[in-house]
Design a protein around this ligand. Sequence first.
Ligand SMILES: Cc1cc2nc3c(=O)[nH]c(=O)nc-3n(C[C@H](O)[C@H](O)[C@H](O)COP(=O)(O)OP(=O)(O)OC[C@H]3O[C@@H](n4cnc5c(N)ncnc54)[C@H](O)[C@@H]3O)c2cc1C
Length: 397
Amino acid sequence: MDFDPPASVRPLLEKIESFVADHVLPAEAEVFEKGFTGAAATLDKLRAQVKAAGMWAPSAPKDIGGLGLTLVEHGLVSERLGRSPLGHYVFGCQAPDAGNLEILHKYGTAEQKQQWLAPLAAGELRSCFSMTEPENPGSNPTMLSCTARKEGSDYVIDGHKWFTTAADGAAFAIVMAVTNPEASTHARASMIIVPTSTPGFELVRNIKIMGDPGEGYGSHGEIWYRGVRVPQTNRLGPEGAGFLIAQERLGPGRIHHCMRWIGICERVFDTMCAHITRRKIADDKTLATRQIAQAWVAEARAEINASRLMVLHAAWTIENKGFDRARDEVSTIKFYVADVMMRLIDRAIQLHGALGITSDTILAHYYVHERGARIYDGPDEVHKMVVAKRILARYGR
Ligand SMILES: Cc1cc2nc3c(=O)[nH]c(=O)nc-3n(C[C@H](O)[C@H](O)[C@H](O)COP(=O)(O)OP(=O)(O)OC[C@H]3O[C@@H](n4cnc5c(N)ncnc54)[C@H](O)[C@@H]3O)c2cc1C
């Protein structure tokens, strides 16, 4: 067993590490100050540099201009990009576009690929994914109420969605809507491409996340679809296949997220260690001399290392044995790594004292914007329940 990153991506990983350190981290202050839209010129310049250096869209297939990395390889990239909240965006592999790109590549018709996939892959436009509804549990999306009824050659969509990440400024949404109400639970919904310029598409607001509404790419939209009419040719994949495609979208997505969270952990770990070795709490003693701080450092190191091994193993299992064989691993990493990350961010804030809750370090940004990790892509509790059920079934439950 070789624990080194595959030789095929080692040079790329080094290049990415340097680019993130030299160009992406220095751009953070401007983006936090002006937002993704206000700092678009800087971000566009960085994206152009990434393209010119042959590092664009690492997870996308080669035939649409990506690097076509395997899941394990992209996992390692995702960890390095996760060291900055801008990393994935600058490299063209940000959620939700990366997931939308995957399903468009697999299920899109030639016309859909030309109209939506090609410009999405090139970073010329953005997209969003609209499944969760305020009135229904996102943890059980089979209960969704948004409908798409057929009228002539069109679908007419009516529904209320929220937490449609990055809807603000997106060119199109992939909407989950009930097309076959009589079908069995998992065959009722389809995915439909809706240009956001279609009459009846209304972005009501960017939802405030712990006080911050965000904007542009860094936002979560509430949307009404009122009589939104699109041609039936905008359906992605077969009718009733919405949940099947959603599952496919989530599998690799969880690996990408978890490795991104590990990148965040490493950044927070560095921030915490640097602070406690500098911060004097007595004339001749720094915070790093205290056992409680030392214990948190050691525990964090162990948990981050464990997380990385677990996620890479899950990615390897998906690649080598198929998603079905990796179900337990994928659920386990989702709740384990999210928990490791949130505990570490909280402890790092604690050790920074008042400074920790200011915006003078990256910690408060992570505390606000990464708390959702324990909720999206399946809340922790659901993953725990699913894993435990499968384990206990082997014991005869
Ligand atoms: C930052 C962020 C970004 C998101 N982006 C998108 C997006 O782009 N597109 C999109 O469609 N959605 C998105 N979502 C929505 C996300 O998918 C849902 O929030 C998630 O599925 C949970 O659904 P819910 O919020 O309705 O919570 P509910 O389903 O109401 O669940 C609430 C809580 O109940 C508990 N719970 C639920 N079911 C069980 C159970 N079976 N057993 C025990 N406990 C349970 C859990 O603690 C859960 O957190 C995003 C969410 C966040 C936070």
